[in-house]
Design a protein around this ligand. Sequence first.
Ligand SMILES: [Zn+2]
Length: 298
Amino acid sequence: MVKNEELPFRAPLDFEAACHSESDGQGHWFVFCGDKLAVELGPPERPSDDPRFRARPAWARLALQKNHNRLRSEAQRTLYLGRLQGVDCWAAEMAAGAAAPQGATWEGLRPLFSVLDDDHFALAGRAFQLLQWDRDHQFCGRCGARTEPKKEERVRVCPACRLSAYPRVAPAVMALVKREKQILLARSPHFPPGMYSALAGFVEPGETLEQCLAREVAEEVGVRIAKPRYFASQSWPFPHSLMIAFVCEYAGGELKAQEAEIEEVNWFDLLHLPKLPSKISIARKLIDAVCQEMEEQT
Ligand SMILES: [Zn+2]
């Protein structure tokens, strides 16, 4: 079974998170415009395993690594992230339509997977989530007053009613259901053409992970599961999920796809798998690991 630390978006081992610094802004800058990161890019020449992208750049690196007063004055917001190997890290959000910093282009995170340095890629995911949280909590959700950040922890507090808004992480479970030498894969209408994946859904208030697994699988495809076995978890910054993946055994019921959520669902033989999600995702790691395990048992 795969180890957690092999998954993309894991926090770098030598990263020290912090939310306030008096330093002058030297360091790594994770500059976003919408959902795109400012990077210097090589030519598009590496094949992509994600059908949404034909090719990925040969290389990519963060464009801005020094002091950036000019950038900071134009940014809509900047956040201090902490230190990576002793180097300060910052996130910035530019206004829609802003020109990329000189020498850089705006690029989405997904095509940068395994092209950008892994630690920078993970911190870009963190920066993206924190910028969104900061943007969405400028005003108190209870009384409407303007909130204020705290220096000691990552939170925005309402000075009028004291409501605290912490960055939110939404837990979601993923289930790969096994039946003898087959696995259950489904298509959401949002998937690229031909692609299938494991089932997934958000945890509801008051639910355990095991209850969520059983409910999601029953609701989406009409079958019962047994013996859920933890696989791994992955931070997923689109927009702020924590995906917790399990392998489950089939325990009964006929396949029946839930309309609107599931376009098609089927049992697939190991030797006849459909197009699978990109290697950036825990779904692919889960499917690959379970298939390997099943092959070894034959
Ligand atoms: Zn308030």
